[in-house]
Write a protein that binds this ligand. Structure first.
Ligand SMILES: [Zn+2]
Length: 456
C-alpha cells in the first residue's frame, strides 16, 4: 500500500484541496481522502488531474511524421500520403518497431498520456513474424511503464468487393484462423496494466463474412474486450461503401454488428445525423484524432451535435504528427469554432468550462475505448494521473475552474511535471528515467533508415 498527497486537484467534476490517495499493490486507488493536511515529512505534490488515455496509435508512424509535408506536382491527398507511408513501413523490423515505440511511449507519457491503444497492423504476415512484431510493442510498453491496450488488426483486402491487397499491404494480412491463433497466443502476455482488444482495420479491408469469426474468437478469450475499427475517414471510402453495400460505413456497421459500449469507431468523421445519433444511443466511443485528421485533410466531425446528444468520445495521436493531448482537444474545439463562427462550443449542455469539459470527457471516453479502469481519480480506478506545475506562468491568473482551460488552451511550454501509471511514477520533474538512452537509440535507428531510403 502506498500513499500519495496532492495539494489540490480535479476529483470527479470538483476541485478539491488536501488530497491523499491510497494505492494498492495492483495500482488501484483503494481510498481517497480530501481536505486533509500532509503528515509530517509527507511529500506534497502539486495539482493532480486524471491522465489521458490515447485511444489510437500506429507507433511506427512516429518516425514518418514530418516526412510527407512536400507537394509533388499533381494533387496531394490522403491516398498519396498512404502510399508514401507504405514505402516507409517496408523498413520496419521487430527491432525497429521496439525502438520507435519505446521513444514514442516516453514522449506520450511526458505529454500526459498514461495508456495507449496500439492499432497494430504491421504483422509481416505469418504468425511467428506477427508475434515478433506484437512482442516489440509489448516490450516497448513494459520498459517505459506505458499501459497498453494491444489491438492486433485484421486486414484481408485492399478495397470493397474483395480487391486483393497490393504489395505495400502484404505485411498487414492475416487469414481468419491465423488471426484467432494470434489472439490466443497474445492473450496471456497482456496482463496487469496491459490488455488485448479486437481490431478490424476498416470495412474496406475486412470482408463482411470475417467479422463474426473474429468476434467469436475474441469472445472466447474475453467477451468484454474492446473492439476498434477505422470507419469513415475519407469521403472516397464512404462513396465506395455505399456503392458496394448500399449503406454508408457507420450505417452499415450499426445495421450489421452489435455495436455497443465495447466498440470504438475511429475517425467517424463523415457521419449524417442518423449515424451520429445511432452511435450515441449505442454507447460506442467515437475515436477522434484531430491533429492527424487535420494533417491528412480528412474533415471535421460534428462534435457539438454528437456531444449534445450524450455521445462519448476519446482522442488519439494516430500518425503522431503531434503527441500532445492538449493539442488534440484544442484543435477539436477550434474546428467547431471556425465552422460555426462561435466560441466555447464544446461544453456541458448548461455551459461551463470548455477545457475542463473536454479533458474529463476525453479521459472517460478513452478509458472506455481501451477497456482500462482509468480516466477519473476515484476509488476503484487505477492510479493513472498527471501533476501540473502550478508555478508555470500559464497558471498565473487561473482560479480553480480555469486551471484545465489554461492547461489545454494556453499551456506553453508543457506544464506536466510528473506522471503516474498504476501507482508508479514514470515521469518526475518532466523527465523519464530512460529517456536519454531510448532517444539516443531512436535517433541512431531512424537516421540509418533515412539513409537507406535515400539510397533507394
Ligand atoms: Zn489509424
Amino acid at each position: 500500500m502506498q500513499k500519495h498527497y496532492f495539494k489540490e486537484g480535479l476529483i470527479g467534476g470538483d476541485w478539491v484541496t488536501g488530497i491523499r490517495l491510497h494505492v494498492d499493490a495492483g495500482g488501484l486507488i483503494s481510498k481517497l481522502e480530501t481536505d486533509v493536511k500532509p503528515a509530517k515529512g509527507e511529500a506534497a505534490h502539486g495539482t493532480v488531474l486524471p491522465a489521458m488515455p490515447n485511444l489510437h496509435s500506429h507507433a511506427f508512424q512516429r518516425a514518418f511524421a514530418g516526412l510527407a509535408e512536400f507537394r509533388a506536382p499533381g494533387q496531394s491527398d490522403f491516398w498519396n500520403w498512404r502510399n508514401a507511408m507504405y514505402h516507409f513501413a517496408a523498413y520496419m523490423t521487430p527491432e525497429a518497431v521496439e525502438v520507435i515505440a519505446s521513444a514514442l511511449y516516453i514522449e506520450m507519457l511526458k505529454a500526459g498520456y498514461s495508456a495507449v491503444g496500439e492499432f497494430h497492423y504491421l504483422h509481416n504476415s505469418h504468425v511467428d513474424q506477427a508475434l515478433a512484431m506484437s512482442r516489440a510493442i509489448i516490450t516497448a510498453a513494459e520498459q517505459t511503464g506505458m499501459a497498453l491496450t494491444h489491438l492486433p488488426v485484421l486486414y484481408q483486402m485492399a478495397d470493397f468487393g474483395g480487391v486483393p491487397a497490393n504489395k505495400g499491404q502484404a505485411p498487414f494480412l492475416h487469414e481468419d484462423d491465423e488471426y484467432g491463433r494470434l489472439l490466443k497466443i497474445l492473450r496471456p502476455r497482456l496482463t496487469g496494466r496491459h490488455k488485448l482488444g479486437l481490431c478490424f482495420h476498416s470495412l474496406r479491408a475486412v470482408p463482411q463474412a470475417a467479422f463474426a469469426p473474429a468476434i467469436s474468437a475474441m469472445n472466447e478469450l474475453d467477451d468484454k474486450a474492446p473492439i476498434h475499427i477505422h470507419i469513415a475517414e475519407q469521403m472516397r471510402e464512404v462513396d465506395a461503401c455505399v456503392k458496394a453495400t448500399g449503406k454508408r460505413p457507420v450505417e452499415w456497421l450499426l445495421a450489421n454488428q452489435q455495436v455497443d459500449a465495447r466498440w470504438c469507431l475511429i475517425h467517424a468523421t463523415h457521419v449524417n445525423e442518423a449515424e451520429w445519433r445511432g452511435i450515441a444511443e449505442r454507447g460506442a466511443v467515437v475515436g477522434l484524432c484531430p491533429t492527424t485528421e487535420a494533417n491528412l485533410g480528412d474533415g471535421i466531425f460534428p462534435a457539438a451535435e454528437y456531444l449534445a446528444a450524450g455521445g462519448c468520445f476519446g482522442i488519439g495521436s494516430d500518425s503522431h504528427i503531434s503527441i500532445d493531448p492538449r493539442e488534440e482537444l484544442r484543435l477539436l474545439e477550434y474546428g467547431q469554432r471556425l465552422t460555426r463562427h462561435a466560441r466555447t462550443v464544446l461544453t456541458a449542455a448548461d455551459g461551463g468550462h470548455t477545457g475542463e469539459y473536454l479533458w474529463r470527457q476525453a479521459a472517460m471516453g478513452g478509458a472506455r475505448a481501451l477497456g482500462q479502469p482509468i480516466g477519473e481519480i476515484a476509488v476503484g480506478k487505477r492510479a493513472d494521473l498527471i501533476v501540473l506545475d502550478r508555478t508555470s506562468p500559464t497558471f498565473a491568473a487561473s482560479a480553480y475552474g480555469q486551471v484545465v482551460d489554461a492547461f489545454v488552451f494556453a499551456g506553453q511550454p508543457n506544464p506536466v511535471s510528473d506522471v503516474m501509471v498504476a501507482g508508479e511514477w514514470v515521469v518526475t520533474c518532466g523527465k523519464h528515467a530512460k529517456e536519454d538512452e531510448v532517444f539516443a537509440n531512436y535517433n541512431d535507428l531512424v537516421g540509418r533508415i533515412a539513409a537507406k531510403m535515400e539510397d533507394m
